[in-house]
Design a protein around this ligand. Sequence first.
Ligand code: ADP
Ligand code: MG
Length: 240
Amino acid sequence: MAHVALRSVRKSYSEKEILKGISMDIQRGELISIVGPSGSGKTTLLRIIDGLVPPDSGEIRIDGNRLTKENAPTIRARVGMVFQKPLLFDASVYDNVALSLKFRGVPNDLIRKKVEEALDLVKLKDLAKRNALTLSGGEAQRVALARTLVYDPDLILLDEPTANLDPANVQIIERALTKANVEMKTVVLVTHNIFQARRIAKRVALLLDGAVIEIQDTESFFNRPLDPRTRLFIDGDLVY
Ligand SMILES: Nc1ncnc2c1ncn2[C@@H]1O[C@H](COP(=O)(O)OP(=O)(O)O)[C@@H](O)[C@H]1O
Ligand SMILES: [Mg+2]
């Protein structure tokens, strides 16, 4: 059974159809990247998978369970979302990462262990006591990732997590995602950086104007695209 199954998902905003019937299966333990030009509907699709936005029609199944308004809170407890711009609290890095565990009533000594592991993964142990609002953009995004990884979600959704970051920060984030994926977590990475998709994704989907026009394993996607528009997108020649 697919971890995430989308069937004919449609979404419009003020008469304009943003998602035009998306169907796809994402298997447990996959690292799939969704690429596409700005405005193609990537963020909307991710928010629908996350249960933040309901589709107008179609369905989303997580582990076979249909995502509804009623069960979204339960399903979302196993899902982690990292946004393009991290929203951190005016508190230490440690407290930012620990917060979700405190909400879940996790005992303090386990919180300490989990937070240290998560900070280690994104190489932020040395900054645990720093106020999160004093961090650089890259460090802040690493805190956001640690905050997600710390509660062990089995589905991690990321919306352009490394946009505008320098290569060192990008590398730390990509390594942390690869490691999470090796531990059989399902990772859905939205990015308009096709080089990133090529580096770490096992499968790539191209979203164009609200439709998935190509979905293939990474090697085939880049070397033997089936749709001519995929080749244009890869080459940076897709005028849209
Ligand atoms: N809440 C919203 N209300 C109205 N229009 C929206 C909303 N969210 C997204 N859109 C529109 O939907 C289209 C796709 O947006 P988005 O999903 O953010 O694309 P992407 O992430 O690929 O850039 C854009 O034209 C955007 O303006
Ligand atoms: Mg977006």
